[in-house]
Structure formats: C-alpha cells, structure tokens
Write a protein that binds this ligand. Sequence first.
Ligand SMILES: [Zn+2]
Ligand SMILES: [Zn+2]
Length: 344
Amino acid sequence: MARKDFYKTLGVSKDATEDEIKRAYRKLARKYHPDVNPGDKASEEKFKEISEAHEVLTDKEKRAQYDQFGDSPFGGGGQQSWGGGGYNAGGFDFGDIFGNIFGQGGGQPRGPRKGADLEYELEVSFTEAILGAQKEISVRRNASCASCGGSGHEPSGGGQRCPQCQGSGRVSMKLGPMTSQQPCPSCGGTGRAQGPTCKGCGGSGKTPKSERLRVKIPPGVETGSKVRIAGKGEGGAAGDGDMLIRIKVAPDSRFSRQGNDIVAEVEVPLADALLGGHTLVPTLTEQVKMKIPAGTQNGQRFRIKGKGVPGKGDLFASIKVKVPKNLSAKAKETLESLRDELKG
Ligand SMILES: [Zn+2]
Ligand SMILES: [Zn+2]
C-alpha cells in the first residue's frame, strides 16, 4: 500500500510553517514542473504528488484534518487520485473532494436541525412604509408536529442509548478508501434511541398549519426590507425556522421617496408664485398650510420639518408653477403692458 506522507513529499518537518512549506514546494515545483520535463511520466507523477501535498498543507483546515486523520483518509488507496486526473500544472485542482467528504468545509451543525425559513411578500401602502404599521397575514406552513416536537417519533418509549451509535450520535462511513464521521441516521445525531413513529404526523415531524400572524412594520421600510418573525417558518426537529416578511411598498400618486424624506409636488398658481400667497401641502397625516414667498421659482423646494420618516426625515414641497392657458382679452392686454417687466 502506497502511503502518503505529505511532509516527507515536500521534505519538511511536521511542524513546518506555512512559509517553509511554500518555499519547499516552489523549489520542488521548479524541478518537476511538466513544462520543464516534457513527456517525463515520472516527473509528472512527482509534480502531482508535491502539488497535492502543497495544497493540503497550506490550507489550515485541510492540514488540521490531515494531521488528525493521519494517513487513513489520504493514503492506502493505491491509485486514488486527489486530482481526478484533471490537474493543471499551474494550480493543482482538487475539486471539492475535501468539502464533500468532510461535510461542506466542516462548519455544519451536528444532530437535529431547525426548519427552513419561509418568505412571504407583503404589500404595504406608502404611508404604512413611512410611518410603520401593524398588519395581519394568513399563512399556511408545515409546522413542527405538536405531539412529537418535530422528531417524528413518539416521545414515550425512547430515550435510552441509541443501539447503532452506542450513544455517540456519530457513525463511521466508509467512502472508498476513506472513512468519515457522519451524524447517526438512526437517532439523528442525538445519541438517544427514538420511540415508535409518531401517530400525529406519521413520522414526518411536521403538520400543516394555517394561522394568522401579526406583523409589526417598523417606520421607514422600503421595498426589499425584511421583517423576521421568529419560529414561524418550516418545522424541524430542533424547532421551526423563521418567517421572513419581504416588504413591497405600493406607489402613492401624491408622494415620492428620497431616503427618509418624502417629496410632494405642489401646484401653485402663477400669480401666487409672482406675488406670494399661501397653499395647502399634503402630508401623510394632514394638510399643512404653507406660505409661498413672492418670486417663488418653478421646481423650488420648501422643507416641512418632521413630516418624513418619524424622527428621521422631512417632507419637501416641490413647487410646480401653474401657467394659465386661457387668458381673457383684458388679462392679455394687462400682461402685454408688463411684458418687459415680467422678463425678470
Ligand atoms: Zn409527530
Ligand atoms: Zn445513534
């Protein structure tokens, strides 16, 4: 059996630093690189070996696994190839062999898991988005079964040590020449034997549930904002996931939004713009009387404090000067006499 000692392959000690490993690799790679030794099978094999060793020993996680498992997952396989034959000379490509065998990079939780999060799209009015609101929605979801808590097994009758894993919650799985530890399929990683199949859910651990949920929309949400309701998602053996409420804000013909501020277009008669006057500005809660100073320009903005997102934003009245279309002969005559003066 050809055992692989990656440290020996690179000629470094077991406690070599990453720098030392890289240096050793570079030195050997220059010697055995296929471009330097075209057609030389032995060099090509050697290059594969040192690339493999370099790949494993310069990756903290892989090196730790290699140190822990020793030769067993790596060696002993005779012809098993880490590169699957598809290596390229620049950077040796392992594919995902470590990720697959050692469980998605090693970060997966053991044992029972929480259910998945669910999403619900909720349309709110412009005013509700700015000011916040309380809403109620009806949802249908597969909640954790109330009788078994999502395990799928009767709570009575279980509890003693799982016979398959002897209570450890882990079992060894042989994958070709390698062995890896997996959560015990019989007890789901809990280490405790389970009772008979739950009558409430038939073993699925879930029961369909229709319920009404109260959603508190905070002030200032925008389309795409998410509100999380804990424990109202899909059922799971370690509890229900969450419900994510995805907000969609309906447009409002009177207002537009700029961050925490809102903008209202306000039409003002030409005479008021020229001579000054008053107008009513709509806000989300009431109409506000506003003074129009003489000489107000088209597109000019006036701030009305505190009428945007509560505590954060204002409302801007954006002036649109209304130009009269049909003037009487008398008005035309008067304005004509002022033409030069009105050129501003
Ligand atoms: Zn059940
Ligand atoms: Zn078990």
